[in-house]
Design a protein around this ligand. Sequence first.
Ligand code: ADP
Ligand code: BMX
Length: 302
Amino acid sequence: MTGLTRSALTGFAADLGGTKTAVARLDKGEVVDRLVAPTDGAADPAAQVAVIRDLLGQLGHVAGAPLGVAVAGRVDAQGRWHAVNHGTLSAIRDFALNEALVRALGAATCLNDAAAAALAEGLFGAGAKSDSFAFVTVSTGVGGGLVLHDRLLSSANGLAGHVGFVTSRFASGPCGSGRFATVESIAGGRGIAAAGAASGRQGVDARAVFEAAGEGQDWAEQIVATSAQAIAALIGDLTAILGLDTVALGGSIGLAPGYIDRVSEALAGEPALFRPAVVHASLGHDAPLIGALASHLEREST
Ligand code: ADP
Ligand code: BMX
């Protein structure tokens, strides 16, 4: 993909997801300091940039230090930021993110959060030995990044890899993207919370549904199982299109204890040809941070 080594990754990174915003200082490829704050999904983009700037300031970032910023939503070739799911980030519409970051922080490269994680896993993690690799995050939404022949698939509009917006036979409701019956609407954290509410548990979040499933409560068990089945079907579909050999799962749901086993169990019903290796993201929650800084350093070196 690039000659970049992990030990060359010294600098700063941010990862703005639909639920939490993390910033980190990295030294030789390791996260050595980190802060996490809740994401305000209704905040305007300038306010989101201000939060990132303030958090980075607390970690000792100085203007112009190497910085990669991963965000939920698509980032187009001009560095403009657009939510795809407007239910998650309601005020992000065609914002000049790269310009704003450079103004506020001196230097920065921005890209989609799942694309950043895919880059990191493809370079240094679960996809390093793969020829056809997908990273899938099951988090607030369901996102992805595709690394084919050692190249992260990208498109000028920044939509490439948004695998959560394909339709699913397990889904039947609306999606904040404007599409219907998407994988994200049934398998992601917001979809799981919505299913909890539909079963009469108003105000539960996905974590609470997982806790209830862990206690053996049937209603929650069913919701978690459906999420995992939808992700398994997505993996089979992506494999049919791309010939995947390896898929890494990330995000707080993808990494939650037992979730990957449910996905693997559901995938076992597919013919062998449609069953790639399914593993955890080996960089865990650090993957988007590591990938964001890698993307910045890669861009600076060209
Ligand atoms: P983001 O989407 O901001 O990147 P996460 O990867 O933490 O953040 O995903 C957030 C989603 O994961 C929320 O829906 C939250 O309820 C859910 N979640 C957080 N922790 C857990 C957990 N331990 N088990 C299951 N779900 C979790
Ligand atoms: C959604 C979409 C993707 C993002 C993915 C994971 C928005 C706001 N988000 O599919 O761009 O990569 O969720 O994001 O359109 P997270 O918030 O779950 O980490």
